[in-house]
Design a protein around this ligand. Sequence first.
Ligand SMILES: Nc1ncnc2c1ncn2[C@@H]1O[C@H](COP(=O)(O)OP(=O)(O)O)[C@@H](O)[C@H]1O
Ligand SMILES: [Mg+2]
Length: 317
Amino acid sequence: MTTAPLLSVEQLCVAHRTPRGDVEVVSGINLQLEAGGTLAIVGESGSGKSQTALAIMGLNGPSACLTGRVLFDGENLLTASPARRRALRGARIAMVFQDPMASLNPYLRIGLQLAEVLETHRGASRSAAWAEAARTLDSVRVSAARERLNQYPHELSGGMRQRVMIAMAIIAGPQLLIADEPTTALDPTVQAQILALLDELRRDRGLAILLITHDLGVVSRLCEQTLVMYAGKLVESAPTQQLLSRPRHPYTAALLRARPSMQHPPGLRLDALPGQPPDLRQTMPACRFAPRCRYAQPDCADVPLQFERGVLCRHPL
Ligand SMILES: Nc1ncnc2c1ncn2[C@@H]1O[C@H](COP(=O)(O)OP(=O)(O)O)[C@@H](O)[C@H]1O
Ligand SMILES: [Mg+2]
C-alpha cells in the first residue's frame, strides 16, 4: 500500500502583477515530500526557490496569482480560506528564513515571542507556554535556556538567534519545516551545527524538511532528494548523492563546477558560470538555460521540452 505524501506540489505557477506587466516567476513546479523526509531546492539567486516556498506557506503577497495545486496532507492549500491557512501556518507548516532578525521582534523578550506562538496555536496558558518555551530552546541546544527567555534578540549571537528562530518554528509541533537559506548568513562552523540540528529534529520529531539553498555543499549533509531550479523551472530532480556525483543537466554540472571544495587546489580559480539568468519578462528559448549552456545544440532553443526521467534537457549529460 502506498501512502499519500505529506506535501505534493502539482504544476505550481506563481505570477506577479507589476506596473510593467505580469511576470511569471515559478513555472509549473512539481514536487513531493514524504512525512519525515528531506528535500532540497537549489539554484542561483532569482531562480524562484523562495517564491515556491512562500507559495506553500501562502505568503507570496497581494500581487501574486497562483495556479496548480499545493496538497498538504491531501488538502489543497491554494483553495483553502485565509483563516484555514493561518491556522496551518506555525501549527503544521513552519518556515525559517535566512535572517532571523527580520522575523524576530527586536523589542520583545525571546520567551514572550516563543510563548505567543503556543498561546495562538494551542491556546496554552502563559505559564505552560513559558515552560514549553524553555524546553524547546533546550531541544535546539540553546545553552542556559531559562535565562535566555528573558533576553532580547540583539543579546544573542547570529547562530543562537537562528536556533531561537528554529525553536519558534517547531514549538507548536509542525510536520513540515521549510528552511529558506537558514545558514547562509552564518560562518561555516555555525552553519554545520545548524544543519546537524535540523537533521536531529528530523530524526527525533519526524519533521519533514524542505531546505532551500543556493549552496550545493549544504544539501549533501541533510537531504535525500534534490531539485534544481532555473529561471522558475524545475530542471533536474535526483537523489542528492547521485545528483552530486553524476549531474545530468548541464546547469547542475555548471553549479557543481562553480562550487569550492576541499579537494579544490588552492589558488585555482573556480569555474564560475558565465552569463546571467534570463529576464523573465522577455520571450525565452524553449530551454531557458540554452544561451549559457556549453553543450547547447541548434535544437535546444526552439524544440519544446518535456521533463523526462528527472531532467528538463534534450541532450542530458
Ligand atoms: N513581489 C514580486 N513582484 C515581482 N517579482 C517578484 C516578486 N517577488 C519576487 N519576484 C521575482 O521572482 C523571481 C524569483 O525570486 P525568488 O523566488 O526570491 O528567487 P530565489 O529565492 O531563488 O533567489 C526573481 O526574479 C524576483 O525578482
Ligand atoms: Mg530566496
